[in-house]
Design a protein. Structure first.
Lengths: 494, 600
């Protein structure tokens, strides 16, 4: 999208949403600078809802994640996958209420037993063969000159962007989570803390035009020790740290000639303001609450809340997310988007050793996360979904798989119409595979835009805003796609 | 004052009285008029600014030395300085057997070399290259192997002023890169098993190490594929066919230490296991000392009658195609050897017209500014294309062109957004160097700097480095069409942790603090500044020179001056505390200010 288009979109999207509360925030200036129109502030809802994105970084091998269980399909798979094939006897069975459109019997990798349990409980669904598409695409169209395709397919950096943005025809680094936040931010009573929270650093998904994510470490929040407090007036303390704090703030607040200085000063002021709030909230919901025991137990670890280093990375990220969700009232949050990440999925080499531990960590972490949410009565409020820059090639190299395109994804939560597989499974044959774009890159039969729009609708996005945000969605129809239209149906209406 | 400098000063004085010259007259006159041009720096402030860009941080001594010798002599000295290496230190530790040798020891020798090595420019160039030609210990095959990464880094150091074509080959054949981007043991297609060559290295050498994804003009701007349409329609530099072609080229390589094949493939005596289970060295030897991890990979079978067994020779390979390409249509025909085809393929990459502007922009971003003008990129790319002696890819000429470019040297000619957010490691090294940080026993225990700053050398989370060259922070930066790579890791936790890291060193880990007990970290030396702490203006002048090239804004200077004057012997607990605390407050307030953190 060109910049002027983005501005126009944003102006429309924000029209009537930005109230006076926003102007007092650190974002206020941005809102002001971009939007002279300050209408009546409209709340988009008071019922809490959160989306949690788990990004499987590197490109998860979806074809060793969801596996065929009927002998004929498994034989095709085993031949194509060669030494990488999971034996039929090791496939964890699942029993969907409704399977993929093209049938078959399916199961999960043996290291996904936790995910399989959630699936059987109706807390999880599988969305088959999702990937970035500009228009519905099959092999014939793929090879046809001029057919619009996402830019730089199969490249990590580009597909990481394309997967997380609301349109697959640009590489503009604005995520659909960020765009949602641009619209929904004004709904939150708290206008200081961002509604987007990242546990895993900068990411495309949460990058908005005006809303930056708040970044938090799984092990908590620190203060700036030299000044002891992050309160705007430098607090009541009467020691020298207060004097130092006042000078520190005065330096931040001097007029800055360089655009980078202004940006850095904004970031620092924001980090200070939010750290006080989040610290207070986290103290109210401490990590050693026994409610969080499943994070350790599902990973077969002794409960040891004082030493977070014992917990696998994804579990630690999801634990912090639960604590923040529980503190939602204190933090003044009505809508939130969280981002967690598990890396290492770029299994070109040594995949037999590298991939299973990642699946295992993922499975144990989401299993525990869902269990904790269920126990705390939060299941209906939180929907978790996976993303990954691409699936991997169906065909193999000498010790792993290369960059692919479509892949299967999981959605978790109480609002999920679970125990179902949505969409169509691609052919698993090695030769003359009708779904193969070239050398094992599987052409998606559902678009990321459809997947994202389904999640965004549950979050509260109106149809009108949806069509602005996902401009290619209107093209997602017709027989090439497994499911046409803007709603894949895997979430119950809120 | 050296004679030539005195002469220059006199002449400048004469000119200044005769007719007011334009602001840049001194340069143009001297560049054309004298054999040994006094090319600057013309002040200690200019010297400090240059050293901030070209080294791991200025010191009072290095500022003085550069000011006296001038840029040309400084470059000659730096180009001649012997390289400071990492591997000898790790080997010495391993052979001594007195302590654990893991990645933290590799970090230690990096710190030592960049903090105290005389080859500052070489080290800075290697650091820049390590963020372009990325390998990382965040990788299953490499995390337990500090020595192969040290050896890899040493190669960057050794070739920092060499030729980029040579460096590309060294990097391609290094076993650390072989493991990181899985060219190691990459094999020709095996249709029976549905196995095809691994595309990992093929893709990244083009996307990240050489030509990039899109066609570039010589000044680094995108070529527009359809000027009739609004906006720029970029043109891909290569397609999947080319990636496949290179994937086939990069096959057949293994450790240099394998038993060779004793029979052709398929024969009963064929020893395939010598490929599959090739050891990197003698059985029982510590893998960190094994020769296979520190010598270039080798085609298995090279020099035997059976040839390069696992190299793909059947069929032709589509390589890069561009105007003036040597191979017809960029196609490499069937046959050849693994080594021969690799050489042809790397030549094919190296001579692509994108390489100059692509690498120039990335290097400029590491040294001087996030947003170089197209003209700046174009000037450096032109030097990459031809160093003046007809040589392409001369990195010595390139780094000099980057640092001596008018846009880098003369702030008045640069756009107002010139500069970059200081990256965390360079913040740390600058503080340590300026304050002569050292430990009592000479060791450096800074093995995990990423905890504070999300950055440690050869420890990037992915091959895409700690931050992307085109990252734009949402908000004013993105809306101005600017990029700001280092902002990608300036997230809330790391903003706070870096402030705390700085404060921890300044307030606690200072040389002579009895409270340290047996703890022996790098300790900053505050004594030199404490000696002038009674004179806060002088103290601030000095810190402004060391850390901000004397470009501290007056309003900032005044705020700090008031702050320091408010610190009295009475309210700071006695004379010595008063002096120390003035220095500590001045240092921390400067080092955590946006004015300092954006290097301009």
């Amino acid at each position: 999208m060109r910049r002027s288009d983005r501005r126009e979109f944003l102006r429309q999207a924000l029209h009537g949403l930005v109230g006076s509360a926003a102007f007092g925030s650190v974002f206020g200036k941005l809102f002001l600078a971009q939007n002279a129109v300050a209408g009546q502030r409209t709340l988009l809802g008071t019922d809490y809802r959160a989306l949690v994105c788990i990004f499987l970084e590197g490109g998860n091998d979806a074809f060793n994640t969801v596996l065929p269980r009927d002998p004929a399909t498994h034989a095709q798979y085993a031949q194509t996958r060669s030494f990488l094939a999971v034996p039929l006897g090791s496939v964890v069975p699942i029993n969907p209420i409704s399977g993929p459109l093209n049938g078959g019997t399916w199961g999960l990798h043996l290291d996904l037993s936790g995910v399989a349990e959630l699936f059987e409980q109706g807390r999880a669904a599988i969305v088959a063969n999702v990937g970035p598409l500009v228009r519905p695409t099959n092999k014939q169209l793929y090879n046809q000159r001029g057919h619009p395709l996402p830019p730089q397919l199969f490249s990590h950096s580009d597909q990481t962007v394309v997967w997380q943005t609301p349109r697959a025809d640009t590489r503009t680094r604005l995520g659909w989570g960020g765009r949602l936040a641009d619209i929904f931010h004004a709904t939150n009573p708290n206008q200081v803390l961002s509604m987007n929270v990242s546990l895993a650093g900068e990411n495309v998904f949460q990058a908005g035009e005006v809303v930056l994510p708040y970044f938090v470490s799984p092990d908590g929040v620190e203060r700036i020790s030299a000044i002891a407090t992050s309160q705007p007036n430098c607090g009541p303390a009467n020691d020298w740290r207060r004097r130092r704090c006042l000078t520190f703030r005065a330096l931040l607040d001097l007029p800055h000639a360089h655009v980078f200085e202004r940006a850095y000063a904004d970031l620092t002021r924001r980090a200070m303001a939010t750290s006080e709030q989040v610290l207070a909230a986290l103290e109210a919901f401490p990590r050693n609450d026994p409610a969080y025991r499943p994070f350790w137990e599902r990973a077969s670890l002794p409960w040891n809340p004082d030493n977070l280093a014992t917990l696998p990375s994804l579990s630690a990220q999801l634990l912090m997310i639960v604590r923040l969700i529980r503190a939602r009232s204190m933090l003044g949050m009505v809508r939130q988007l969280f981002y967690a990440r598990l890396g290492g999925f770029d299994t070109h080499g040594d995949q037999l050793n590298q991939h299973p531990p990642l699946l295992s960590q993922f499975s144990q972490a989401v299993r525990a996360f869902q269990e904790v949410l269920d126990n705390l009565g939060l299941a209906q409020l939180v929907t978790t979904f996976t993303a990954s820059e691409f699936g991997r090639t169906l065909t193999v190299n000498s010790s792993g798989t290369d960059h692919g395109w479509g892949g299967h994804h999981f959605v978790f939560g109480g609002a999920v119409r679970g125990r179902r597989i949505y969409g169509r499974m691609p052919s698993l044959v090695a030769q003359n595979n009708p779904d193969d774009a070239g050398w094992g890159q599987i052409i998606p039969t559902l678009s990321v835009d459809q997947y994202a729009a389904t999640l965004a609708k549950w979050f509260g996005l109106s149809d009108a805003d949806r069509d602005l945000m996902f401009p290619n969605l209107i093209h997602m129809s017709g027989p090439i796609l497994a499911i046409p239209g803007p709603d894949l149906g895997f979430l119950n209406p809120p | 004052m050296p004679l030539r400098r005195a002469l220059a000063a006199v002449l400048l004085g004469v000119m200044a009285t005769a007719l007011p010259p334009p602001a840049d007259a001194s340069r143009t006159i001297f560049e054309s008029g004298f054999d040994e041009a006094p090319e600057g720096p013309y002040s200690r402030a200019e010297a400090a600014r240059f050293l901030t860009q070209a080294t791991f941080g200025p010191t009072l001594a290095s500022i003085e030395a550069l000011y006296r010798q001038g840029y040309n002599a400084w470059f000659s000295e730096q180009f001649a300085a012997p390289p400071s290496l990492q591997l000898p230190f790790l080997d010495q530790l391993l052979l001594a057997g007195q302590e654990q040798v893991w990645q933290d020891k590799r970090q230690e020798i990096w710190w030592r070399n960049v903090l105290t090595g005389p080859d500052q420019l070489r080290q800075r160039m290697a650091f820049a290259l390590s963020q372009i030609l990325v390998v990382s210990d965040q990788n299953g095959a490499l995390e337990g192997n500090p020595t192969t990464l040290a050896h890899y880094y040493d190669q960057l150091v050794q070739h920092a002023f060499g030729n980029y074509r040579t460096l590309l080959e060294v990097v391609t054949l290094h076993p650390a890169m072989g493991h990181y981007l899985s060219m190691f043991k990459n094999r020709k297609p095996d249709p029976a098993q549905n196995i095809r060559p691994d595309e990992n290295f093929a893709r990244e050498i083009m996307q990240l190490f050489s030509v990039g994804l899109w066609w570039l003009h010589p000044d680094g701007t995108l070529v527009d594929g359809n000027p009739a349409q609004p906006g720029v329609q970029p043109i891909p530099t290569y397609g999947q066919e080319t990636i496949r072609g290179f994937a086939h080229v990069f096959t057949g390589w293994n450790y240099s230490t394998c038993e060779p094949p004793v029979a052709p493939e398929g024969a009963p005596q064929f020893n395939w296991w010598s490929w599959t289970w090739c050891p990197a060295g003698p059985q029982g030897q510590d893998w960190r000392l094994q020769p296979g991890w520190r010598t270039p990979m080798k085609p298995w079978g090279e020099g035997t009658p059976f040839g390069d067994i696992y190299h793909a020779v059947a069929g032709s390979k589509q390589l890069l195609n561009y105007p003036g390409v040597t191979l017809p249509g960029g196609v490499l025909g069937p046959g050849g050897t693994a080594r021969g085809n690799l050489g042809i393929a790397l030549d094919n990459v190296f001579h692509h017209p994108n390489v100059g502007p692509f690498i120039a922009r990335r290097l400029i971003q590491r040294f001087t500014t996030s947003n170089p003008s197209p003209a700046y990129v174009g000037r450096v790319a032109a030097v990459f294309a031809n160093d003046g002696q007809g040589v392409r890819g001369n990195l010595k000429a390139v780094v000099r062109a980057i640092l001596m470019d008018p846009e880098a040297r003369r702030p008045e000619l640069a756009p107002s957004h010139f500069g970059k957010l200081r990256e965390p490691l360079l913040r740390m090294t600058q503080m340590f160097r300026a304050l002569d940080a050292r430990s009592r026993d000479g060791r450096i225990r800074e093995g995990w700097p990423e905890y504070h700053g999300a950055q440690a050398v050869l420890r990037s989370p992915t091959v895409f480095n700690f931050f992307l060259p085109d990252y734009a922070l949402p908000g004013e930066i993105a809306q101005s069409g600017l990029v700001a790579p280092e902002f990608q890791i300036a997230t809330d936790p790391y903003i706070i942790r870096m402030h705390n890291f700085t404060w921890g060193r300044i307030s606690w880990a200072w040389w002579g603090n009895p409270g340290l007990g047996s703890w022996d970290p790098l300790q900053v030396d505050l004594n030199r500044e404490m000696a002038i702490a009674h004179d806060p203006e002088r103290l601030l002048e000095r810190l402004s020179l060391l850390f901000m090239s004397r470009r501290m804004p007056p309003a900032m200077f005044d705020l700090l001056l008031v702050h320091l004057r408010d610190m009295t012997v009475q309210n700071q607990g006695g004379e010595e505390n008063w002096r120390r605390r003035r220095v500590q407050d001045a240092l921390w307030l400067i080092l955590s200010s946006p004015q300092y953190l954006v290097e301009k």
